[in-house]
Write a protein of this length. Structure first.
Length: 172
């Protein structure tokens, strides 16, 4: 809070008065960052020609948006329990925003709205995992590993119907 006050030219007490609790500041930073992320994705999706392009945009923008974000990295370093709670038990906001945002873009390449909804939730879950942890066997911040990660994800989306015994028709 002191750093926020310093950068805003305000005292820590003034920051608390205007914003409230520390968790609310973190939530606002994450929400602002998410809005920027979705705006960038819109422009990526406008150029997408395949399901792979859409998923690649989500993953590559997530790594650039969070790994390259000084605020996020500082919060993760100074307040890891707060950030990790936001990415796990309090992650509802990411689903509430992310799934409806992705569905129309995924529906262009999947047969039904239901498949698009399931794929969107899966992609949001995987993206949250990427943002919250570093890779062990697959590092999504490595270009070659990101390609392998994409292949696993696209194959998983293509397999959605296999669970119910129907064959998936996915436009790659």
């Amino acid at each position: 809070m002191e750093q926020i006050g310093r950068e805003a030219g305000l005292s820590r007490i003034t920051v608390y008065r205007h914003v409230g609790a520390k968790d609310e500041v973190f939530r606002q930073v994450v929400l602002r960052n998410s809005r920027r992320y979705y705006a960038l994705l819109e422009s990526d999706f406008a150029r997408a020609d395949s399901l792979r392009d859409v998923v690649h945009a989500v993953f590559s923008r997530a790594q650039a948006n969070y790994r390259g974000n000084e605020w996020y990295q500082t919060l993760l370093e100074l307040e890891p329990e707060t950030i990790l709670r936001m990415l796990t038990t309090d992650a509802t906001g990411f689903y509430v925003q992310g799934v409806p945002f992705l569905v129309p873009h995924l529906k262009r390449y999947l047969n039904t709205a239901r498949r698009a909804e399931i794929a969107a939730e899966w992609i949001v879950r995987v993206t949250i995992s990427m943002v919250g942890t570093s890779g062990h066997l697959l590092d999504p911040y490595d270009a070659a590993d990101l390609e392998r990660f994409l292949t696993l994800t696209i194959d998983g989306i293509a397999g959605l119907d296999r669970v119910s015994g129907r064959r998936a028709r996915v436009t790659r």
